[in-house]
Design a protein around this ligand. Structure first.
Ligand code: PEP
Length: 255
């Protein structure tokens, strides 16, 4: 498995944390900490911080992503934000199908697919999240589930559009719990995701896709997780709010 064929990307998901003022302070602390990054580095603040984030990170190693994106271009979708609204601001990435969106806001594999398609059609890179719950892991259906989630999320996404897709394997039981998947577990599922991509798009295309691991990745465990051949980066929640920890993860992905 040749990791040089794809870009390592570390993305920070701030979730519903940081006011615009607090977000500005965090970015100002992050900028010098990631100045030597040898990988893609993305921050995904709440929508309210996005304009300032784009402004503050111009010309830096940091790119800006959104935590969600709607599938319609505009219309009566109270509380939602379209892909065009994001790209106009200078946003480059959008997380799609995070497990918290699935769990608390009724997102389904189908709506994740619609959102992913809208994101890539608008020129965003979609970070598509998949992953099993603890009950599903214990039942032994992780592989089937993640294969299905990946397939449905990518329905009608062309090989060309796949270049604007990152997959994030995020076992739900590891998100925000401090319980990390072992590097072997992460590798096993990330490899299976690449296998599905190979079936859908061919091996060459599959080898070009960045696959992240997410779930309590931190400064202490990042290097081991990222050393695995199919783990190309990380989607980071809690540790993305701590500049020194986030920078350490970025360093591990840059090695
Ligand atoms: C996430 O929100 O995608 C995540 C992985 O969170 P944490 O790193 O806090 O587990």
């Amino acid at each position: 498995m040749d990791k040089t064929k794809r870009k390592a990307v570390i993305a920070g998901n701030w979730k519903m944390n940081k006011t615009a003022g607090e977000g500005k302070e965090l970015i100002e602390a992050l900028l010098p900490a990631v100045v030597d990054a040898g990988c893609g580095v993305v921050i995904c603040p709440p929508f309210t911080s996005i304009p300032a984030a784009v402004e503050l990170t111009k010309g830096s190693r940091l790119s800006v992503g959104a935590q969600n994106v709607h599938f319609e271009k505009n219309g009566a979708f109270t509380g939602e934000v379209s892909a065009d609204m994001l790209t106009e601001l200078g946003v480059e990435y959008a997380i799609v199908g995070h497990s918290e969106r699935r769990q608390y806001f009724g997102e389904t594999d189908e709506s994740v697919n619609l959102r992913a398609k809208a994101a890539v059609a608008a020129g965003l890179t979609a970070i598509v999240c998949v992953g099993e719950s603890l009950a599903q892991r214990e039942q032994g259906v992780t592989m089937e589930l993640v294969r299905l989630q990946t397939k449905v999320a990518l329905r009608d996404v062309s090989a060309e559009e796949l270049k604007k897709v990152i997959l994030a394997y995020e076992p739900v039981w590891a998100i925000g719990t401090g319980r990390t998947a072992t590097a072997e577990q992460a590798e096993e599922v990330c490899a299976a995701i690449r296998g599905v991509l190979g079936e859908l798009y061919g091996q060459q295309a599959a080898e070009g896709v960045t696959i992240q691991y997410g779930g309590s990745m931190n400064a202490g465990n990042a290097a081991e997780l990222l050393s695995k051949p199919n783990v190309d980066g990380g989607l980071i929640g809690g540790a993305s709010l701590k500049p020194a920890d986030f920078a350490e993860i970025v360093k591990a992905a840059s090695a």
